[in-house]
Structures are given as structure tokens and as C-alpha cells.
Ligand binder design. Structure first.
Ligand code: ADP
Length: 955
């Protein structure tokens, strides 16, 4: 041992001892000789010895006192002290030892003992230093590792008794925020108190399991949480080993704990980060995965698992190599190419490429776009791969391609001109029709000249160019737009078009297809329709006008004809006056015929003419026609013949008035246009089936005939021919038009054969109905045939013998005074009492008055139809509504100028008993009076019960 490095202080008041000691020791140690305690403490300030040899008996401060002072000073307390004593008694030795004295040497010294004792002490010091050094080393390490030590004597019977001594190194206290040992005493209790409640059980189990395993193979190694002074728990990793005796019985256990709170937090952070990464990966619809440098799949997301039809990430990782076909489309081996590409990503940071995948279980091919990116992962790099399934995308592209092709096809096959525009209104393409429209042969010329056909301004006044852009913008935004557009062709002709803009996809982008439709034809049709509408409207107006006029004309005519006939009754009239009045009457009647015609044609045109079928007697119809027409022969050298045979059916069902009208028109024309020769009327009937009969009417004349060219005009309204030659013949040109229409209404047709200058044959065949097959009585037939013109050709009227009806009282209701007067004049011939009312209201008053007084009631009421205020029908209804026996039965006769077909039925249906068209025909009036005026009909009480006002037969 190299003792010389130790310093020894020898303290004694005895110089001899000091010298002796120094002589003995200086060969081995550095010896300081000090004569008193005071000098020792002075020296200590600058020179601390490794060992003090201290004399006990010294003046001033003895050895024990000095020793106590040394121990009290932390700087010197650890310096070992050996007492020097002259007389070593037991008492003082005990005192010294109790103070902590290490050793005693008795004076005078034996040199060998002195050296040995000193050597021992120094050895101890050396050992202490070694320990201290180790502790220092441990401290450095434990500080660096954040480790604290612990140690515990094992109490076999009760190793977990809380009061067991449990020693902790100071570091643990620091770790838990304590400085003072008293805050965390060395007891198992302190540990238990700080242990997290949830960790108690596992810590106890780990501890006991470790202790009870006598083999010593179960380590004590676990993690638990201890409460910090600030209340937070910190994580610790504890481990320990147990010292056992030969039998394996534990003697003591010691170990270390390490504060792993930060580490733990880091682990949690890493776990969280990992979770976040996974979450992010799993939430992307792209299939993603991570590769390590050695091309191992480290991880993947849920989308990847799903895409390939795997059940778990694990399966994906294990079977990923099955997700590519053996070869890629460029012929490279998939496995080799993959290595190359992943390596490229590691080297260059990223790469993108197309890759053919396959679904492992179905072998379905899946083209995909793969992006590889190098990313930092823990402390190395990995490559993250994103796979985009291109199947849908490719299908879409295919569709787009198909659509484009279709579009091209449609473009060229379409009968409309079509242009395609891009986003900047630029021309993209057009079809042949568009080229034709501009008048060019190829698309280059079209681009040059397509704007030539657009006028600067559109009809709305806007600049064509501005409007075009506006429309295209709208079409891009809305997808569809239709509008009218005006082009101007090279010859200046305006070309109105309808343009339809449709947004379509072309080469993957929106463009506009514009379809151009030539509107010229349509516009012309519309214009035509507009004209027709106007024409129709004016036609309707004309019809309305004619209907109103003809009605208005009848009223004055009624008065003219009526009064003429009334005056003609006077037999004392001078003959020249009689002739004049007869001409007025004839002209009046002709005028009436014309008005009827006008009314008819306007009704037909307005579609308001309806047939009113009834059962009628054919012979009487023929008789009426002949009677009416014979007067037309006048004084002309014309003979008339009637051709009928005994097969002629007697009773038919149809509109007899209109049948008469047809025959009358034909016959009257024949007489009208025949100056000399003959006219014949032939009528035959033939059964078509059980119910239907065809009536053939043939009217022949030897008159002027009709020119071929004129034939087509004669059935047209107001169509007269030979206007020059016929100037002296009356007519409006309506007769045949009405006739033809009536014939057609009866499912028939009318034809004419004629020779100009020689004569005409009109042939009308109409359909009538028949229930009764009775044919004409031969006698009757003969009597009609024998009709002699001379018998009927009377200018004088048949004398009418009137009854004396002076007992009867009549009421005339008409708003027009001359009408009232005329009617009153006609009735006065019967000596009747006559009252007049100028309105429906006045009539009701008068009737009411007679009913409620002793005055005589009216035996008959003549009622005008058209009146201001209440019209005739309303007044008649009001009378019936008095609801007295009289008012229900009094005969009411309509007097009206509205002499249209079906009018009679209309009146009969509305509570009238009869109908006399104006102008009043005296014979008809006579018949009505004969029928309805009876002497005993004076008061309701005396009513003749044979009387009924229900529909009467007044024809
Ligand atoms: P109108 O009132 O003028 O007779 P219609 O319609 O009855 O009108 O006849 C039309 C035209 O047909 C007549 O104007 C006449 O020129 C010609 N017409 C009709 N019937 C005959 C006939 N029997 N003989 C010669 N011409 C006829």
C-alpha cells in the first residue's frame, strides 16, 4: 500500500509523545504534530487529515471534547479518530466508544501495534472510499436513468406487514416530489399509501409470487403507479431480486424502480398517433398500404381489405402477392416490376404508375392507378401506396368514347343543320346540313363564311353577336335552350330558324350542340292559319249579321204583306189598285223567301241547322209543292208534268219542311229558267232496307241550261251564273247551295246534267225513314196528276168566309205597334173584342185583371216571341205559373218572324198551343181561330173539357 499519500494528524500536549509518534510513523505517512485541540481546528481549516490520533488528557479541551466538536462539524465528522491514552480504564473506553470513537492506543506506543492499528483504520477508510465511489457511480447512473433503489428485510411470517422496514433511496422521494425522509418514511406503509388503488392487487400478487417461488425463477418485474406529492400518479417500472439462504428461504429483497411516466406518455402518444394514422387510412376510399424496404407489406387500410375481397388486414398482408397477375400488360413479371417500382419510390421519394391487379378469389382483372410515396415511419422510411380502382373510370371513359361516336353519327345522320361550340364560343364541328345552309363544301370554308349568314342585328333589335354569346352561356349553364334566330341568306332572303342548344359531353368536356331548324314553311303555315282564322272570324260575323238582319227585315215585311192582304180582302177595291196591291203582296212574299234563304244559309254555315223529322204524308207534300209552284208558270208557254207511280210510299218519316224546300228550290229554278217548253217533276221511293227509304227527285226542264264551266259554281253560296243573261231573273244564288247542303244532311247527293241552251236535269236522292209500307192510293195519285194549272192559276184570292166571333175576346202581345195594329185588324174581321199589350209584363197585368174581376177573360192570346224585357216564352211560362185553371188552359199562339225549322216544336214545348209565322197568313189564322175559339169558352168554370192545351195539331 502506498501509505505516504495518507495524512495523519497527531494531537498531544506532550512534546515527547509527539516526537516519538512522528519518528515512528513519518516513514509511512505524512504526519502533522499538533500540541492542542485549538491548533488542530486551526489546521483543519486548510488541511484535512485522513486520520486523527488524539490524546485524551489535554489541558483546555480534552480528547473527548475535541472528538465531540469534530463530530458536530459536518466537514470533519467523517474523519476517523484513534484515541491515545496513558491509562486505559474501562470507564473512559466505554465513554469513548459511546461517542463513536473508532479505536484506542495506549501510551507509550509499541511501534508495531501503532502501525497496525493505523493501517487497519486506513484500510477501513479505503474501503469506505471505495463504497463512496461506488455510491457516487450508482448515483450518477441512477440520476441518469431516473432509477431509485429499494431494499427490504423479508419478514417470513408477514412479508407485507405495512410496518415492515422498507428502505428507499432518496431518488424515489425526489421522483415523488418529496425532500424530507419524514414525508416518505422507510416503511412498506409509505409505499402502500402512494400506490394507485387499481395497482395494489397486482403489485401484491407479483411480490408474493416472486417471494414464494423458492426456485427464484419468477422475477419481480412489473409496472405500477405511485402518487406524486402534487396528486398526479406517475408510472414506474419496478424490478427486484431476493437474497435467499441455502434452503431458498428469502432473507431480503432489493431492487430498483424507474420512473417511466414520460416513456409511457410517449408510448400512448405513439399509440394514439398510430390509431390516428389508421383511422385516416381506413377512412379513405382509396386502398392504401405500407411497404418496408424489403417489400414486405407492413399495414393496410380497410378499403384495401374490401377491394380485394379479404376478410381481415392480416389476410391482406399475407396474400397480397396474389393480388397481381403473374405478368403486367407490358409483359414484365409483376413481382420483378413491383420490386423495381417500390425501390424507385424509396430512392426518388414518389412515383405514379398504372398497375394491373387481380381479385385473388375471382381472378377478375382490376386496372388501377397506383401512387407510391416515401414516408417516415418510426425511425425508418416506408413506402405508402395508394391504389385507385380504375374499373369504373375506364367504363366511364368507354361510355364517353361511345357517346362521342354516337354524337358524331347523330350529327351526320341528322336532317337538321347542327354545329358544335366550345367554351369560348368557338366552332368545333358541324354536319353536312350546316355546310349546305351556308352554301359551302368544306368545314374550312364554313369557318370562314358561317358568320356571313348572320345579320348584324336580330329582329328583337339586339346585336346578333352579343345575343349568340348570351344564349351559349345560358345553354352551358342550364344544359338546354330553345330560341328563334334569323339568318340572312346570300341572296338576301330572310331565313327564320328555331335553334335548340343542348349541352353535351364531347371528348370528356362540356360543349354545346346547336340544332338549326328552318322555320320558313312553318311560318308560312302559321301565317296561313292566321289568315284563315281572320276569315273564319269575319265569316262568323257575317253569319251573325245576316241572321240578325233577316230577322229584323221580317218585322216590317210582316206589316207590308199583312196590311196588303188585309186591304185586298176588300172587294170594293178598284181593279187597278187591286193589281198593284197584288204585286206588292207577291214582291213581299218573294222578299220573304229570300230572307228565309239567307237565314237558312247562315244557319247552315254556323252549323246550327238541324233536321226536325216527323211523320208526313207524301201525297199531301207533293200536292203542296205543286200548288205553290204552279203560280210560277205565270203566262209562259210552259207545260208541267208530274211523274209518280203507284209504288210511291204514302207515309215517311223525315223533315218534311226541308224536303219541300229541296223540291221547291229545284222546281222553282226550273220554272225560273225556262221560258218555253216543259218542266217535269218525278218522285219515286225505294226501300233500302227494312227501315230506310231512298227518295229520288228528278226535275227536268227545257230551259236555258248551264254552261259546262259554270256548273261547278252553281252549288256555291251566292253563286249565280249567266249574270248578264239572267239579269231579269230574280235570285240570290243561295237556293242550290242550301239545297245541296240539305240533301247532304239527309245522307243524299245531288247531281245535274245540262246542255247549254237545251235544258237541265237535276237529280237529288235523299234518305228518309219508313215504318209503314202503304203505297199511294191510285185514286189519289190520279187526282194529283190531273192537277190543272188553269184551275189554280188564279190571281184572285180564294174567298175566306169568316165566322162571327163577336162573343170572343183576344189579347195581342207585341212590342211593335204596326204589328199589333195588323193583328188587331185581321181579328176585327171576326168582330172579336181585342186588347193589346206592348210587353210581357203588361200582358200579365191585363190577364191578372180580367181574372180577378168580372171582366171577360181572353179566349185566346197571340204572343210575339222577340220582345225587350220578358220575351214571349217567358211571358207564356209566367201565365202558366198563375196556376189557375184558366191560366193553365187559355190557348196561347206564338206570332213570330223567327220562322226557322224546329221553331214550332220549340213553342209547343214551351206551353204554346200554336204557331203562326209572320207575316200572318190569313188562312192559317183562320184555322187557328176555328180550332181554339169556341162559344162556350168564356170563364174557366165553364171550361170545355175536350180542350187541352197540350201540343196541338196546328199545321
Ligand atoms: P238563284 O237564286 O240565282 O236561282 P240558285 O242557287 O238556285 O240561285 O241557282 C244558282 C244558279 O244556277 C242560278 O243563278 C242559275 O244560273 C243556275 N241554275 C239553277 N237552276 C237552273 C236551271 N234549272 N236552269 C238553268 N240554270 C239554272
Amino acid at each position: 500500500m502506498d501509505n505516504i499519500r495518507y495524512k495523519i494528524a497527531l494531537v498531544d500536549d506532550n512534546i515527547a509523545t509527539l516526537n516519538q509518534g512522528k519518528a515512528l510513523l513519518q516513514e509511512f505517512y505524512k504526519v502533522y504534530t499538533i500540541q492542542s485541540a485549538a491548533i488542530l481546528f486551526e489546521n483543519l481549516e486548510y488541511n484535512i487529515p485522513d486520520l486523527i490520533l488524539l490524546d485524551i488528557e489535554m489541558p483546555e479541551m480534552n480528547g473527548y471534547e475535541t472528538f465531540a466538536k469534530l463530530k458536530a462539524d459536518p466537514r470533519y465528522k467523517d474523519i476517523p479518530v484513534i484515541f491515545l491514552t496513558g491509562n486505559k480504564d474501562e470507564e473512559s473506553e466505554e465513554k469513548g466508544l459511546s461517542l463513536g470513537v473508532t479505536d484506542y492506543i495506549t501510551k507509550p506506543f509499541s511501534p508495531g501495534i501503532l502501525r497496525l492499528r493505523i493501517q487497519n483504520q486506513l484500510k477501513m477508510i479505503e474501503q469506505l472510499h471505495t463504497v463512496q465511489y461506488e455510491i457516487m457511480k450508482y448515483k450518477l447512473t441512477s440520476d441518469a436513468l431516473n432509477i431509485a433503489l429499494w431494499d427490504m428485510d423479508v419478514v417470513i411470517d408477514d412479508p407485507i406487514n405495512p410496518n415492515n422496514k422498507f428502505i428507499w433511496s432518496q431518488e424515489l422521494r425526489h421522483m415523488l416530489g418529496y425532500t424530507d425522509k419524514s414525508d416518505f418514511p422507510d416503511l412498506l406503509l409509505s409505499f402502500n399509501e402512494h400506490l394507485h388503488p387499481e395497482d395494489k392487487e397486482k403489485t401484491r400478487n407479483a411480490f408474493l409470487t416472486h417471494l414464494n417461488d423458492y426456485s427464484g425463477e419468477t422475477p419481480y418485474d412489473l409496472e405500477y403507479r405511485l402518487r406524486h406529492k402534487n396528486g398526479e400518479y406517475r408510472h414506474f417500472h419496478a424490478f427486484g431480486t431476493t437474497l435467499r439462504n441455502n434452503q431458498g428461504i428469502p432473507l431480503r429483497i432489493s431492487g430498483a424502480v424507474r420512473d417511466i411516466t414520460e416513456l409511457k406518455q410517449m408510448q400512448i402518444n405513439i399509440a394514439n398517433a398510430n390509431e390516428r394514422v389508421h383511422l385516416m387510412l381506413d377512412s379513405t376510399p382509396f386502398c392504401s398500404q405500407l411497404w418496408s424496404r424489403d417489400l414486405k407489406t407492413i399495414d393496410c387500410n380497410e378499403a384495401a381489405v374490401k377491394l380485394y375481397g379479404f376478410k381481415s388486414k392480416q389476410e391482406y398482408i399475407e396474400r397480397f402477392h396474389e393480388c397481381s397477375p403473374e405478368y403486367q400488360s407490358d409483359g414484365q413479371l409483376s413481382a420483378e416490376k413491383a420490386i423495381m417500382l417500390v425501390k424507385k419510390a424509396f430512392d426518388e421519394g414518389a412515383c405514379i404508375f398504372n398497375w394491373m391487379h387481380q381479385i385473388p378469389d375471382t381472378f377478375e382483372r382490376m386496372p388501377a392507378e397506383v401512387s407510391l410515396v416515401r414516408v417516415k415511419y418510426i425511425d425508418d422510411y416506408v413506402v405508402a401506396g395508394y391504389t385507385r380502382d380504375l374499373r369504373e373510370h375506364n367504363k366511364m371513359m368507354e361510355r364517353i368514347h361511345e357517346e362521342e361516336e354516337r354524337l358524331q353519327l347523330m350529327l351526320n345522320a341528322m336532317p337538321l343543320a347542327c354545329r358544335l361550340f366550345g367554351h369560348n364560343y368557338e366552332f368545333i364541328d358541324c354536319n353536312q346540313q350546316a355546310l349546305d345552309l351556308v352554301g359551302v363544301n368544306n368545314k374550312e370554308d364554313y369557318i370562314q363564311r358561317s358568320n356571313d349568314i348572320i345579320p348584324e342585328y336580330q329582329p328583337c333589335g339586339r346585336k346578333s353577336d352579343d345575343l349568340k354569346k348570351e344564349y351559349l352561356d345560358k345553354a352551358f349553364a342550364k344544359g338546354y335552350l330553345k330560341f328563334e334566330w334569323m339568318y340572312k341568306l346570300s341572296d338576301g332572303e330572310e331565313l327564320p330558324c328555331e335553334i335548340t342548344l343542348v349541352r353535351v359531353i364531347y371528348k370528356g368536356e362540356y360543349i354545346i350542340a346547336g340544332y338549326i331548324r328552318d322555320l320558313r314553311e312553318q311560318k308560312a303555315i302559321i301565317e296561313e292559319m292566321r289568315r284563315a282564322e281572320i276569315a273564319e272570324e269575319s265569316n262568323k260575323a257575317k253569319t251573325r249579321f245576316l241572321a240578325n238582319m233577316s230577322h229584323e227585315m221580317r218585322t216590317p215585311l210582316n206589316v207590308v204583306v199583312g196590311f196588303t192582304d188585309l186591304i185586298l180582302e176588300d172587294e170594293s177595291l178598284a181593279s187597278d189598285l187591286k193589281i198593284s196591291l197584288s204585286k206588292i203582296s207577291t214582291a213581299g212574299n218573294t222578299l220573304l223567301g229570300l230572307i228565309n234563304d239567307v237565314l237558312d244559309i247562315s244557319k247552315i254555315e254556323a252549323g246550327k241547322l238541324e233536321l226536325a223529322p216527323v211523320y208526313y204524308e207524301v201525297p199531301s207534300l207533293i200536292n203542296d209543292i205543286i200548288t205553290l209552284n204552279m203560280i210560277r208558270i205565270e203566262d209562259k208557254p210552259v207545260t208541267f208534268r208530274l211523274d209518280i207511280n203507284n209504288k210511291l210510299l204514302c207515309r215517311l218519316y223525315g223533315d218534311d219542311l226541308r224536303v219541300k224546300q229541296i223540291i221547291n228550290n229545284l222546281l222553282s229554278n226550273a220554272f225560273k229558267y225556262t221560258e218555253a217548253g216543259s218542266v217535269s217533276l218525278g218522285i219515286t221511293t225505294e226501300h233500302l232496307d227494312e227501315e230506310n227509304v231512298c227518295m229520288d227527285i228528278i226535275v227536268k226542264d227545257t230551259g236555258i241550261g248551264i254552261k259546262k264551266d259554270d256548273l261547278k259554281k252553281i252549288f256555291i253560296d251566292y253563286g249565280q251564273v249567266n249574270t248578264n243573261t239572267n239579269r231579269n231573273v230574280e235570285g240570290t244564288g243561295l237556293g242550290l247551295a242550301i239545297t245541296q247542303k240539305l240533301v247532304e244532311m239527309m245522307d243524299g247527293k245531288i247531281t245535274v246534267e245540262t246542255q247549254y241552251g237545251k235544258g237541265s236535269v237535276f237529280h237529288a236522292s235523299i234518305k228518309q225513314k219508313c215504318k209503314d209500307r202503304t203505297t199511294i192510293d191510285p185514286e189519289q195519285m190520279e187526282s194529283i196528276k190531273k192537277f190543272r194549272y188553269s184551275e189554280n192559276k188564279k190571281t184572285d184570292r180564294k174567298k175566306l168566309v169568316r165566322d162571327d166571333l163577336s162573343y170572343a175576346k183576344a189579347l195581342i202581345v207585341d212590342d211593335v205597334q204596326p204589328n199589333r195594329e195588323l193583328a188587331a185588324g185581321l181579328l176585327s174581321k171576326y168582330k172579336m173584342q181585342v186588347d193589346c199589350a206592348s210587353s210581357g209584363e203588361e200582358a200579365l197585368d191585363l190577364i191578372h185583371k180580367t181574372e180577378t174581376s168580372m171582366e171577360q177573360n181572353y179566349n185566346i192570346i197571340f204572343m210575339d216571341h222577340m220582345m225587350p224585357g220578358m220575351d214571349g216564352i217567358e211571358t207564356a211560362n209566367a201565365i202558366r205559373n198563375f196556376d189557375t185553371d184558366y191560366s193553365r188552359k187559355v190557348p196561347i199562339i206564338a206570332l213570330t218572324a223567327n220562322a226557322i225549322a224546329g221553331a214550332e216544336d220549340m213553342f209547343l214545348d214551351n206551353g204554346f198551343q200554336g204557331f203562326i209565322p209572320k207575316p200572318i197568313n190569313i188562312y192559317k189564322l183562320d184555322a187557328i181561330l176555328k180550332k181554339w175559339i169556341q162559344p162556350n169558352f168564356i170563364k174557366p168554370d165553364e171550361t170545355n173539357t175536350n180542350f187541352s192545351y197540350d201540343k196541338g195539331e196546328t199545321k
